[in-house]
Design a protein around this ligand. Structure first.
Ligand SMILES: [Zn+2]
Length: 226
């Protein structure tokens, strides 16, 4: 190469390197973003309500954040709290059955006892809201093969969970602990079904909810109800 061409060669080489680095940078950034993150979904599910104060606070937060959730109700807890159940329905959340009594001994005594328990809770929800519940959550969780078959025959979708906020698992947990437990158990899952509770003593759950929603939002999850 003639001496006078050396600066031109260096200039062209530098241009090429800058362009290549730019392309490489884009290529590295692109797959980490887009589809996988857009496909992330979280279902917020609340068991054991309704309660006046906690369910009300939770509904306020969901309304403010524009998020829909699923509430698995205990039938015997509805009398005296009819307005809150109507509000859950009116604000577009999903109402599910979580048993009439929540007493394991009675519910799981036989298939017939189980069926009656489900129907009693369902009837209350229907009478009050006109909504026919289509989702069920087992009190205490676990697998119950004959009862699962019964629920499927009755047209229910059974909902378990794959992440918890810890409001039942960690005694006396404060809001900060519940947020941490949520992140710990939801991390790395593209579809999260988060278990929370809205019975009367779960004030920390209502308190933690804005930060829980913020975490999923920051991590590009879409909120859905069943
Ligand atoms: Zn429960």
């Amino acid at each position: 190469m003639q001496k006078r061409w050396v600066p031109v060669f260096i200039f062209c080489l530098a241009l090429f390197l800058i362009f290549a680095a730019h392309l490489a940078g884009r290529n590295m950034a692109t797959p980490a973003f887009t589809f996988a993150e857009e496909a992330r979904t979280v279902y917020l599910t609340f068991d054991d309500g309704p309660s006046t104060r906690v369910t009300g606070n939770i509904l306020d937060t969901l309304q403010k954040e524009g998020v829909k959730a699923t509430f698995f109700l205990v039938g015997e807890r509805i009398p005296g709290r009819e307005e809150i159940v109507k509000r859950i329905a009116a604000e577009g959340h999903t109402l599910g059955v979580h048993s009439e009594s929540h007493r394991y001994g009675a519910i799981y005594a036989s298939d017939e006892a189980f069926r009656k328990d489900v129907c009693a809770c369902k009837a209350r929800i229907e009478q009050l809201t006109g909504v026919s519940p289509h989702v069920y959550r087992f009190p205490g969780g676990g697998r119950h093969p004959s009862k699962e078959a019964l629920l499927t025959d009755m047209g229910y979708e059974i909902v378990w969970w794959n992440a918890v906020c810890g409001d039942e698992e960690i005694r006396g947990a404060n809001a900060e602990t519940l947020v941490r437990k949520t992140i710990e158990t939801a991390k790395g899952k593209n579809e999260v079904v988060l278990l929370l509770h809205d019975s009367a003593h779960h004030t920390a759950t209502a308190e933690a909810l804005p930060a829980i929603i913020a975490y999923f939002r920051e991590n590009h999850y879409t909120f859905r109800a069943f």
